[in-house]
Design a protein around this ligand. Sequence first.
Ligand SMILES: *Cc1c(COP(=O)(O)O)cnc(C)c1O
Length: 412
Amino acid sequence: MAEQKTPLHAPTQVLTRGFDPRLSVGSARPAVFRSSTYVFSSPEAAERAFDLVGGRATPVPGEQPDLIYSRFNHPNAEILEAQIVPLETGAKAALVFNSGMAAIVTALFAVLAPGDAILYTVPIYGGTQKLIEDFLATWGVTGVAVRAGDSVGIDEAIRSTPKLRVILIETPANPTLVMTDIVRAAATAWERPEARPLIFVDNTMLGPAFQHPLQLGADLVLYSATKFLSGFSDLLGGVALAHDPALLRKLRSKRNFLGNILQPDECWMLNQRLPTVGLRMNRASKNAHRIAERIAMHPAVKKVLYPAQFDDPTQIQIRNAQCDYPGAVFSLDLHGGKPPAFAFLRKLKLVYNAVSLGGVETLVCHPRTTTHSGFTEKQFVEAGITEGLVRISVGTEDWRDLLQDFEQALSE
Ligand SMILES: *Cc1c(COP(=O)(O)O)cnc(C)c1O
């Protein structure tokens, strides 16, 4: 490729980076390589490849080691990892996993040891919460939960928790959309530079289009690629991105034996979706914004939980500082609790009642009885997950059709 004077922009790089058509018999788009093992170019090349994958050597710039075996790496993972980097502002490297949970588990295994502590915002994704509270606890890792958006509480916990290794922030929180200040948590973490806890951000809800945690002080960004990145509710995937390749090498060595690399077909599918993630998210966010504004005036709706509708000054300040657009997910708190919430779900004609989010199709669920049903009463109150709450992930349909469906489902 000709030398570029200025670095290419992300929408261009996502189509060109790390892909050489000559390695795909001239195919203009990547082919699928389903082989589980790769033929070495020489015994010396095999030896070098094993030294690199075993961490006994570090690659020299521009080196292209032989592929070995698909649990370590394969062409579709390498292409996907190269092409996803430009989408995450500030990232230098990426790793792909066979689900969002696989990315989160591997990231935590890579940096935590027995005796360490992890701070995490709540509400957090249910699988992440179980991992920390039910599993890591039995391996001697202390979990410290702090309320999303509670900057003072987070500062205090960072200062007072011994052997704090990781601060895991999920922002905005699901399903309440409460935001946590990444810049502030990172600044507090830097108060102890000798043993600075790492900042991990689950960026599934607003990234990669609208929120850029690596620019706000995060060390690692995690995704459920099952959501907006893939965007069609037809595959499971996860991604970890960082500016420090050494941090990702730690995750890679765990992925090598956990065997949770994303498989070639899924890598290929996800790779095909990358050039449109910004288009899809922009359209879905515009839709959600228009619908949220109008549905807030409906008499059946007590409150709309959506970044564009924030009324708390601190939340507004965090939103303005850390997100470009409000995103495609909002929740409605309905008057009268569970019966009207269930009636709403039953009456929807166009929109499906299903968990998950980030697809081109609009999905609605009742978090209290589904995604968050394992919560205790105290956790429900703290998180603000009421009986009348329904979460809506808006897709790319025409927003007027969606609004009409919501309005008819809210009517008596
Ligand atoms: C869905 C989700 C996960 C888990 O991802 P999977 O791909 O289902 O494993 C983690 N975090 C958030 C915020 C999610 O929405």
